[in-house]
Design a protein around this ligand. Structure first.
Ligand code: ITT
Length: 210
């Protein structure tokens, strides 16, 4: 049992939270990870009529996550949870970073972006990389909280695995001996950057002393 955060809860039966993301894979992972938070119901952005488009022009994950959550909370009058995330490759000076979703230009899909990174990494021995995720919770009273999670790994020499999304097939986790795309959703939700950030976000929602 847990004690729900009374500042957020304010005696409401179920607190509705809009997931301020257009990424269906993030929604699946978030819902799976937060399944035990019975006092909260998570709705997709598509449940809002004509939600505003958010231009992600921040130079940090937190700025972009804050903009997404704030915009949707303001628009809906409800609590909103956003996720801004990406891959930072050491030998590429932290790229693609906040540009992860559109690295290489709009014409590339996930497989194309993975090929691009593998090409850029050809012949490079320093393969260390990390995934970063910042979750922002924005509330109708204008307050907000951020939670960050990271996951350390290495860039593979070729894609491996068919699960997950994005850069998962080229991100190897030495401690597990698998790429992120070789993990089941339950495994990914024990180890990923998003899982770490969501764990902290759950603490914020549940409040102290749970
Ligand atoms: P929203 O902004 O609507 O949430 P998005 O996909 O554009 O969706 P981001 O701007 O945060 O989200 O970009 C994140 C990109 O980083 C994502 O599109 C992937 O390419 C990559 N990424 C983030 N988390 C990942 C994960 O768990 N596995 C693989 N790639 C990931």
């Amino acid at each position: 049992m847990y004690q729900i955060n009374s500042i957020i809860y304010k005696g409401k039966g179920i607190v509705k939270v809009i997931l301020a993301t257009n990424n269906k894979n993030k929604i699946i992972e978030i819902r799976n990870k937060l399944i035990d938070l019975h006092h909260f119901e998570f709705f997709p952005l598509s449940s809002l009529k004509n939600p505003p488009e958010v231009i992600e022009d921040g130079d940090t994950f937190e700025k972009n996550a804050l903009k997404k959550a704030m915009t949707i909370s303001d628009y809906s009058g409800m609590a909103a949870m956003s996720d801004d995330s990406g891959l930072e490759v050491r030998a590429l000076g932290g790229k693609p970073g906040v540009y992860s979703a559109r690295y290489g230009g709009e014409g590339l899909d996930d497989a194309g972006r993975n090929s691009l990174i593998l090409r850029e990494m050809r012949g490079i021995e320093e393969r260390r990389a990390r995934f970063v995720c910042v979750i922002v919770l924005a509330f109708p009273d204008g307050t907000w909280k951020a939670a960050e999670g990271t996951c350390e790994g290495e860039i593979t020499r070729e894609p491996r695995g068919g699960m997950g999304f994005g850069y998962d097939p080229i991100f190897y986790i030495p401690a597990l001996g698998k790429t992120m795309a070789e993990l089941t959703i339950e495994e990914k939700n024990r180890h990923s950057h998003r899982a770490m950030a969501l764990g902290k976000a759950a603490e914020i929602l549940m409040g102290p002393g749970h």
